[in-house]
Design a protein around this ligand. Structure first.
Ligand code: ZN
Length: 251
């Protein structure tokens, strides 16, 4: 983006939790030996999170869109390296943007922080993502300034997608070091640990989706009878995050 204010200020310092990369790989049925041979910081992203991120950025290619990456940073002391696990990608539904610019509004931040507090209290914002429709994937001067100012830990991530060219770039740390394919691994979480907004067994028909039942009833605590922005956003968030119904159902 050329001009931006995609910033996030944590009230307390987020510290990476000690964890074993080998254990994480075996818990998630990933080829641990192979993965551990790749040096440096690794990013793991839940399959649904990367799919919803791409779906959201492709839904409107007339302008830039973006959001935040939510998950947890870890530090493997034995291997002396960080790895980051992205559990969900929250879209900035009320952002302002053009083909070369993106700005998150106060409403965007209110929605994002409310969602994290209620549904992902154990997680934090570990990075951000945005689109460059037709411009290619790179970190612009403004993108770099944003990264340096607000996402400057060695494990902070930035994802840039050109949804027209179908290209994705991953960048890491204050200096936006490029993460290649070997350093970005998608995985599927065991079902029991996925934070659910709607009950996974809950059947949501297209009629119910349109009227906002299901997801809204579970997530819009108390205020779901009125057509508030929060309810709308929750519904849209569920749509873009693929929560409550699978990708085939919503096509
Ligand atoms: Zn940009």
């Amino acid at each position: 983006m050329s001009t931006s204010s995609v910033e996030w200020q944590d009230t307390e310092e987020l510290k990476p939790r000690a964890a074993s990369l080998a254990d994480f790989c075996s818990q998630n049925k990933l080829p641990g030996k192979q993965i551990q041979q790749t040096p440096g910081t690794l990013a793991f992203i839940e399959k649904k999170a990367i799919e919803s991120l791409h779906d959201f950025l492709a839904h409107d290619m007339s302008r830039e869109h973006g959001g935040v990456l939510v998950g947890e940073p870890f530090f493997d002391a034995a291997q002396n390296r960080h790895f980051v696990v992205i559990r969900t990608a929250i879209p900035a539904l009320e952002s302002e943007g053009s083909s070369v610019h993106l700005q998150f509004t106060p409403e965007t931040w209110e929605f994002i922080s409310g969602l994290i507090e209620e549904d992902f209290p154990e997680l934090a914002i570990i990075g951000w993502y945005h689109s460059h429709p037709g411009l290619g994937v790179f970190m612009s001067g403004t993108d770099r300034a944003t990264q340096k100012a607000f996402y400057n830990h060695p494990w902070n991530l930035a994802v840039v997608v050109d949804p027209i060219a179908h290209k994705t770039g991953w960048f890491c740390g204050a200096d936006c070091e490029v993460l290649d394919q070997l350093h970005v691994i998608s995985y599927t979480e065991p079902v029991t640990t996925v934070p659910a907004v709607a009950s996974p067994t809950q059947e949501i028909s297209s009629v119910e989706m349109n009227t906002g039942k299901g997801i809204a009833l579970k997530t819009c605590n108390g205020c779901c009878l009125s057509d508030c922005w929060r309810r709308r956003s929750w519904w849209e968030y569920g749509f873009w995050a693929g929560i409550g119904f699978d990708r085939e159902q919503r096509r």
